[in-house]
Design a protein around this ligand. Structure first.
Ligand code: 2AM
Length: 180
């Protein structure tokens, strides 16, 4: 089989934010009855690449380094459920333009490498649980969670018998772009 890597770009919470997400959502996650995502795996996907040829990896890094990383902050203030994918998620009540911008810019630079843009419109969400069969009992976390944007990361997903294992392969911090 060709040498491939399963990759996606994401926001990765700090340990402090990750703990707050876990604590403020655990009641609703427990009540939802699905398969909770382990807190160590929490992330907000910006662009899912899937399995890509390993030889593309250096060009993917270069493409990402040319994107202006997200800055500012936004609030995770909404819990939702997508029945089709059976996902319970934590997200935002309003679209976050800054995140949509980064997702679009990433794809603008990845497409020329032969990677396919997700046909669906970007919707910022952090998956809390999978295989969920019922809508959540509440539409908000115990309190909104503020996410201070400090850049984004490239994550490699390694599938082992216990489920997906995510490794941060590269970071693109805010403030790392060369001056024009
Ligand atoms: P999800 O949380 O809504 O499932 C790693 O799999 C990350 O990439 C997940 O956050 C997942 O979103 C996202 N993703 C987007 N498109 C995907 C796809 N076609 N297959 C698997 N994961 C996908």
């Amino acid at each position: 089989m060709a040498d491939t890597r399963r990759l996606f770009f994401a926001l990765w919470p700090t340990p402090g934010l990750r703990d707050h997400i876990y604590k403020r959502c655990r009641r609703v996650v427990r009540a939802a009855g699905g398969k909770p995502v382990p807190a160590n795996n929490y992330h907000l996907t910006l662009a899912f690449l899937g399995n890509v040829a390993a030889e593309l990896y250096p060009r993917i890094l270069d493409a990402a380094a040319a994107v202006v990383p997200p800055a500012g902050e936004f609030s995770l203030d909404r819990i939702g459920y997508w029945p089709k994918s059976r996902i319970l998620w934590l997200g935002t009540s309003e679209p976050v333009a800054e995140l949509a911008r980064v997702s679009i810019e990433l794809w603008d630079r990845l497409e020329p490498l032969g990677l396919s843009r997700d046909a669906r419109a970007f919707r910022a969400h952090l998956t809390l649980a999978r295989k969920v069969n019922r809508a959540p009992m509440t539409a908000a976390p115990d309190r909104p969670l503020r996410w201070a944007l400090r850049g984004f990361v490239l994550v490699e997903s390694i599938t082992d018998p216990k489920g997906a294992r995510y490794t941060v392969a590269a970071a693109f911090p805010a403030g790392s772009c060369p001056e024009p």
